[in-house]
Every structure is written in structure tokens, then in C-alpha cells.
Design a protein around this ligand. Structure first.
Ligand code: NAD
Ligand code: WQD
Length: 336
């Protein structure tokens, strides 16, 4: 029996594959390398001393998926594959709906026809939209997303709930990630963005390593303690361990449920800058600029449901997140 991991060569996927292998699961990875590269797979093997099957395949390729299900005894799927850049999704909405929503539908059709009805899905805090007040709870109404990327996650959650309503044999975990940062302790796997990063931590690490000149802090006039945006940053290894728990849950129980994966703690942009300066031992070049359109002042989770139902809690603090992000960047200045 194996767990199929779509998008397993990517940032969160590669860390999850390491923790799944360490927990004793057999895995099969499928990825089209749109936003990742084969070297991450070598490093998963290096870190775990374990082997796995890999298929270079697009999840929109139904025949390719059917072959994977025919050749392997897949018990459940962890579904990371998707496009994730908010700004790009505004410029290319059709590509985002086609890849994220279309890809998930094709994957679920292949799963259904293969008799595999257990899935852990990468959703996002972005589904809470702009109308809810933090701490965000799973009982809050979702929607009101502000960009096509976020809307794909919202739509997929609705589709998966409808799928369960039509057939109660499904087991579905919707994992709403907050802001993943950090890297594996070894410094061998980490986040490897193409081009100029959109997200805060990879931008910071590239300034620290000298690839970028200066961090722009997007606004210091928010209604937050220091005026900069507040987010719930979570160590990617904690996030990965949350997937191991979610897999246990979908293997054990039928149903559909959403879980926040966050720490429950909000840090400001300047908190992150200063914690990172401590981790890398030097000052970071930054300047305050205008707000970035579409940004919220504050977004953090109430993570208590994941503790109660999955038995999962984030354990790693901000200093460790910054130290691990820095080790990865310093050891791999050009990425993989
Ligand atoms: P990533 O880009 O590093 O990983 C995604 C992987 O999916 C990549 O390896 C990519 O090549 C692959 N992929 C994309 N489209 C594919 C397709 N059609 N067929 C096969 N493979 C495909 O991103 P990540 O940060 O690891 O995110 C993983 C998932 O978590 C995504 O669904 C993302 O939307 C979601 N998520 C990410 C964050 C974040 O801040 N990183 C937050 C919330 C949710
Ligand atoms: C964090 C904070 C910025 C860059 C995004 C997606 C969300 C989820 C995670 C996938 C904000 C500030 C950033 C910079 C800055 N992804 N910032 N200078 O926007 O919270 O969430 O990634 O689901 O859907 O929207 O993350 O890392 O871009 O920003 O000042 O160069 O850092 O304004 O306050 P965000 P982020």
C-alpha cells in the first residue's frame, strides 16, 4: 500500500515526503516539474535513506494518472500539485482555474475510478477571504477571496464537499495552511522560487545572501502593533508533520473536514526582519514602501481543532524558522 503525493517535488511536498518516509509510509510521487526540479527528489532519498517511485506526469493527464493507479496500490492521496502565485493568478486566471480546479477534478475522477477515495488537500488560509477577523476558525464562513488563486482553493473545497455529499465513502481533509517558512534542519531541501520571490521569507533570505539589494516592507500604517502586516508563520516541517496526522485521519475515518495548520501566533513583518537578523548575524537592508494591493492587516489562526481532532500542534518557534531558512539559503545560494 502506498500514498500518492502530487506535487511532491515542491517546497511543502518535499518536506512532507521526508516525514511520510520517516513515519514508515511507502510513497509514490507525481510531479510535472513546473515549479520544481528533479534534484529535490534526490535529496529526499538522501535525507531518508529510502527509495520511492516517481512519475513525471501532469495531474491533468488522465491516462497518465490511470497508469499510476494501475501500477501501484494507492491507499490515499496527498494533493499538493497546483499553481500558487497570487499576482500571476490575476494575470493568468484561466491557467490557474484550469490547472488547480481542472487538475483536481481530473485527479478525483481517476481516484474514484480506481476505488481510492481518501485525499488530503492543500487548501489555504486565503479561503477565509477579507471578511473574517483573526483568530480564524474553521467554523467561519469562507469565500470573499480577493484573487483567482484564492478562489481556486475556495472552489476546490466546495467541489470536495460536494463529492463527499454525493458519496459518503470518501475521506477528505482540507488543510488550510497559514504562512509556511523554514526548511529541513539539514539545509538540503527548502523553498526554491523561480525569479524574484513574491513571499516575504524567500525575499529576505535572498537579500541576506546578496542576491537582492533591499527588502521592501509593504506598508507601516496598518492597525497592528508596529504598523506592518501580521501573519501566522509556520515551520514547514511542522506543516509536513500535520500531513502525516491528516493521512492517519483519512485512513481511519470517512467524512470531510477542514483544519487550520498554523501556530496561532501573529508576527509582524518587522518581527520577522529582526528575528532573521538575529539568525543570520547581520543587519538586513530594508525600506518602508506603500502597501501591496490586496494585503490584509492581520491574519492568524485558531489552531485548536487540529490539536483536538488530529492530535497535531506546531512545535517550532520563530527563531528556528529563521535559522533553518537561512541555513538552506546560505548552503544553496542558487537553489537546487
Ligand atoms: P510548489 O510550487 O513548491 O509545489 C507545487 C508542486 O506542484 C511543484 O513541484 C509543481 O511542479 C507541481 N505541479 C504544479 N502543477 C502541476 C500539475 N498540473 N501536475 C503535476 N505537478 C504539478 O508549492 P508549495 O509551496 O509546495 O505549495 C504546495 C501546495 O500548497 C499548493 O497547492 C499551494 O497552493 C498550497 N499552499 C501553499 C502555501 C505557501 O505559502 N507555500 C500556502 C497555502 C497553500
Ligand atoms: C507576508 C507579509 C506582506 C513580501 C501569501 C498568499 C497566501 C498563502 C501564503 C498560498 C505581508 C509582507 C511580503 C515583501 C513585505 N499562499 N511582505 N515585503 O501575502 O500573507 O500570503 O502566501 O496559499 O494565499 O496570499 O504572504 O509572504 O507574500 O507576505 O512586506 O517583499 O509580508 O505585505 O504582510 P501573504 P507573503
Amino acid at each position: 500500500m502506498s500514498i500518492l503525493v502530487t506535487g511532491g517535488a515542491g517546497y511543502i511536498g518535499s518536506h512532507t515526503c521526508v516525514e511520510m518516509l520517516n513515519a514508515g509510509y511507502e510513497i509514490v510521487i507525481v510531479d510535472n516539474f513546473y515549479n520544481s526540479c528533479p534534484e529535490s527528489l534526490n535529496r529526499i532519498k538522501e535525507l531518508t535513506g529510502k527509495d520511492f517511485k516517481f512519475y513525471e506526469c501532469d495531474i491533468r493527464d488522465r491516462e497518465g494518472l490511470d497508469k499510476i493507479f494501475a501500477e501501484n496500490n494507492i491507499e490515499a492521496v496527498i494533493h499538493f500539485a497546483g499553481l500558487k502565485a497570487v499576482g500571476e493568478s490575476c494575470a493568468k486566471p484561466l491557467e490557474y482555474y484550469e490547472n488547480n480546479v481542472g487538475g483536481t477534478i481530473t485527479l478525483c475522477e481517476a481516484m474514484r475510478d480506481a476505488g481510492c477515495k481518501k485525499i488530503v488537500f492543500s487548501s489555504s488560509a486565503t479561503v477565509y477571504g477579507e471578511n473574517n477577523v483573526s483568530p480564524l476558525k474553521e467554523t467561519m464562513q469562507i469565500g470573499g477571496t480577493t484573487n483567482p488563486y484564492g478562489t481556486t482553493k475556495y472552489m476546490i473545497e466546495l467541489i470536495l464537499r460536494d463529492l463527499w455529499a454525493s458519496d459518503n465513502e470518501w475521506s477528505i481533509a482540507l488543510l488550510r495552511y497559514f504562512n509556511p517558512i523554514g526548511a529541513h534542519k539539514s539545509g538540503r531541501i527548502g523553498e526554491n522560487p523561480n525569479g524574484i520571490p513574491n513571499n516575504l521569507m524567500p525575499y529576505i533570505t535572498q537579500v541576506a545572501v546578496g542576491k537582492l539589494a533591499c527588502l521592501s516592507v509593504f506598508g507601516d500604517d496598518y492597525d497592528t502593533p508596529d504598523g506592518t502586516g501580521v501573519r501566522d508563520y509556520i515551520h514547514v516541517v511542522d506543516l509536513a508533520l500535520g500531513h502525516v496526522k491528516a493521512v492517519e485521519k483519512v485512513l481511519a475515518d470517512k467524512g470531510v473536514d477542514a483544519y487550520n495548520l498554523g501556530t496561532g501566533i501573529g508576527y509582524s513583518v518587522l518581527d520577522i526582519v529582526h528575528a532573521f537578523e538575529k539568525a543570520c548575524g547581520k543587519p538586513l537592508n530594508y525600506k518602508i514602501v506603500d502597501r501591496r494591493p490586496g494585503d490584509l492587516a492581520t491574519c492568524y489562526s485558531d489552531p485548536s481543532k487540529a490539536l483536538e481532532v488530529l492530535g497535531w500542534k506546531a512545535e517550532r518557534g520563530l527563531d528556528e524558522m529563521c535559522e533553518d531558512s537561512w541555513r538552506w539559503q546560505k548552503n544553496n545560494p542558487e537553489g537546487y
